[in-house]
Design a protein around this ligand. Structure first.
Ligand SMILES: [Zn+2]
Length: 650
């Protein structure tokens, strides 16, 4: 009943042993029932169907999977760990590689009000660097709803986590072209399929365009449909820089906003889920910069969000790595914006209690691009469903403000497994330590990350990993320690309460990593952005993880130290701090690139060519008289290399 490519996928995922029940599986599919399956076989069946679905080779339909088999598991064991593996995995496997450029996500807005606020922020920033905000040009492009990738000219990478992706250059080798006869090497874009073509040729074979896009990048040989679509140039890689657009001033943008959104959305024959608005002035873009998640000079607008009234069937609980028990509402399966939604999350149990969320509650569900939508509004309240005990370990729960906690951190399976998984997920430089591996290790008695690093080939094989897998896991552990990684990311991997990656980086801008364990509350409150309550919790938590932390730290990771802000600020007294400098000509005292780097370290902004905003033109040998005269006429100070060196030494 499995095709040869499906069998290969199963084999690759080390799930071969589950195939012993294949006759039972076949019966289950035919009868659309799983009453004859033991708990063990049902789980095996779900694992296989889920794997095949994620690999783009589904065995059964989405709805059959959700409504018959997954719901049977929920009935048998509402807190089965399999149910919490909800994040979709990439539809293919492969080694992760560092992306040439970080691919940040885009900030999103759902109403005009938020767009106006964003424009106001842009205008304020323009003022800061003396740019006339009244003349700023805004660009609006369709927001492609395809498969994000990055083309550096020789390789194509998936977006991955934005920092590391997977090499999928093979799709170009298979004949995929850049949309609109564009050049390779234009950076970020999406693999998309023509809407008209999909409707005419593919709609009977694929449930939606997304499934088709995923099928194009698969490692295995392509099927006929995909190849034909590539040949017909209906499936293409479309770089963002090449998108058709609208350009204009802020006042034009805001006055007829929805009209423009509609017009721009229809500029391409690809699936679009909104528009992207950005500014194009390079200096301002640079000045605005980025947060950890998105560029400040760009925003996405999504309109026409579909919403529906949906009935809650049941509220189940899941214990996170920190012991926090989170509510998940199971819903009557509802199709929304093309996806079948079966569950939604509430923010916390305080909300469940207050809003009356339980079996029979009717909620308003809005899908906004997230895998699991959040419950924002209750229409008909019912008796709230609140657990007394931890769904993972059975320990009685305690309330802390709006949150429910399982205090059994030392022995609670969910907390142990989630913490170990979080560690590797946050490091983001290893493959192989996903949920399945962690569960297997935990079942064999491994309860800490440190223990994982102590495992030997023999032990891994005894736990049940094949020889090759065991070797690979050990190789990955070594890689995690040798590959350079930011120290704030390493700290973040320990999942300290209230210490997300942003706070980790901020803390390390004031104190070196090993020293944070001797900080007191006041030291932390002194740092901008840390409140008293947060500082108290952090200090408390650092004490409890100190031993575990240093055990792992002492294994020797290749950490990149965050520069202390105090050291950076010393540069502010440098004579070229915040000055804009252009270097030109041949330099005598070292390479020009070296000089640029040094200037940047001293806080200068190094530009490639002279503009009205340039402060200094450093002219080496062989610079034409005309160039120098032109610069002087613009009021720019022209320095010889010698004069420049004296200036920075002063
Ligand atoms: Zn527990």
């Amino acid at each position: 009943m499995f095709s040869s490519s499906q069998q290969e996928i199963i084999k690759k995922a080390n799930l071969n042993h589950l195939l012993v029940d294949h006759a039972l599986f076949e019966q289950a599919i035919q009868s659309k029932s799983c009453s004859h399956l033991s708990d063990h076989s049902l789980l095996g069946f779900l694992q296989i169907t889920n794997l095949l679905y994620r690999s783009g080779e589904p065995l059964i339909s989405d709805s059959l999977y959700d409504q018959v088999f997954l719901s049977a598991l929920k009935t048998r064991n509402p807190v089965h760990p399999f149910l919490s593996t909800v994040e979709p995995e990439p539809a293919f496997s492969g080694k992760t590689v560092k992306l040439p450029v970080k691919m940040l996500s885009t900030e999103k807005a759902y109403d005009l009000e938020s767009i106006k606020k964003w424009v106001a922020r842009i205008e304020k920033a323009a003022l800061e660097i003396d740019i006339d905000s009244g003349n700023l040009i805004y660009r609006m492009t369709p927001k492609l709803d395809g498969y994000a990738a990055y083309d550096d000219g020789s390789h194509l990478y998936t977006r991955g986590d934005g920092r590391k992706g997977t090499d999928i250059t093979r799709v170009f080798e298979r004949g995929l072209v850049v949309g609109d006869n564009g050049e390779r090497g234009q950076g970020a874009g999406e693999i998309v399929i023509s809407q008209a073509y999909f409707k005419e040729k593919l709609a009977t074979h694929f449930e939606n365009a997304r499934n088709f896009q995923a099928s194009i990048i698969k490692e295995k040989e392509l099927e006929e449909h995909a190849l034909t679509a590539i040949k017909a140039q209906a499936a293409v890689f479309f770089p963002f820089s090449q998108l058709p657009d609208w350009r204009g001033l802020a006042k034009e943008l805001l006055s007829t906003f929805s009209e423009k959104v509609e017009k721009v959305s229809s500029l391409v024959d690809y699936d679009v889920d909104g528009v992207v608005i950005e500014i194009i002035e390079p200096t301002l873009k640079k000045h605005l910069g980025a947060t950890r998640h998105h560029h400040r000079w760009q925003i996405a607008y999504k309109s026409n969000l579909e919403s529906a009234e949906v009935k809650v069937l049941n509220v189940i609980s899941q214990t996170s790595r920190s012991g926090r028990v989170n509510p998940v509402a199971e819903l009557e399966p509802t199709r929304l914006s093309g996806a079948l939604i079966g569950r939604a999350t509430a923010h916390h149990y305080g909300m469940v209690r207050e809003m009356g969320i339980g079996a029979g509650t009717v909620i308003e569900l809005t899908r906004s691009g997230m895998v699991i939508p959040k419950i924002e509004r209750v229409i008909v309240a019912r008796q709230p469903q609140i657990p007394d005990t931890c769904p993972s370990c059975g320990h009685s729960l305690i309330w802390d403000n709006d949150y429910l906690y399982c205090p059994n951190s030392a022995h609670c399976s969910a907390q142990i497994e989630n913490s170990m998984e979080y560690f590797f997920k946050t490091l983001a430089n290893v493959d192989g330590f996903g949920r399945k591996t962690i569960e297997k290790l935990h079942t064999a008695g491994v309860i800490s990350v440190y223990q994982i690093y102590q495992l030997t080939q023999l032990q891994l094989e005894e736990i049940g990993f094949g020889e090759k897998t065991a070797q690979n896991l050990l190789g990955q552990l070594l890689r995690s320690r040798t590959e350079a990684i930011e120290d704030w990311r390493f700290l973040g991997a320990f999942g300290i309460y209230r210490m997300g990656l942003g706070n980790c980086e901020r803390l390390l801008q004031y104190h070196y990593l090993p020293e944070i364990f001797s900080l007191n509350e006041d030291d932390i409150i002194d740092i901008e952005g840390f409140a008293e309550k947060t500082a108290e919790v952090i200090v408390e938590y650092l004490v409890t993880i100190r031993k575990d932390f240093f055990q792992i730290y002492d294994l020797g990771f290749n950490l990149i130290t965050t520069p202390l802000l105090a050291d950076q600020q010393e540069n502010q007294v440098s004579p070229i701090w915040s000055k804009q400098i252009v270097f030109t000509g041949t330099m005598q005292h070292g390479k020009r690139d070296e000089m640029k780097k040094q200037a940047k370290q001293l806080g200068a902004k190094v530009a490639a060519s002279v503009t009205g905003k340039t402060d200094y033109l450093v002219a080496g040998d062989q610079v034409g008289e005309a160039k120098i005269t032109a610069a002087r006429e613009k009021g720019i100070t022209v320095l010889t290399e010698e004069e420049y060196l004296q200036l920075i030494a002063s």
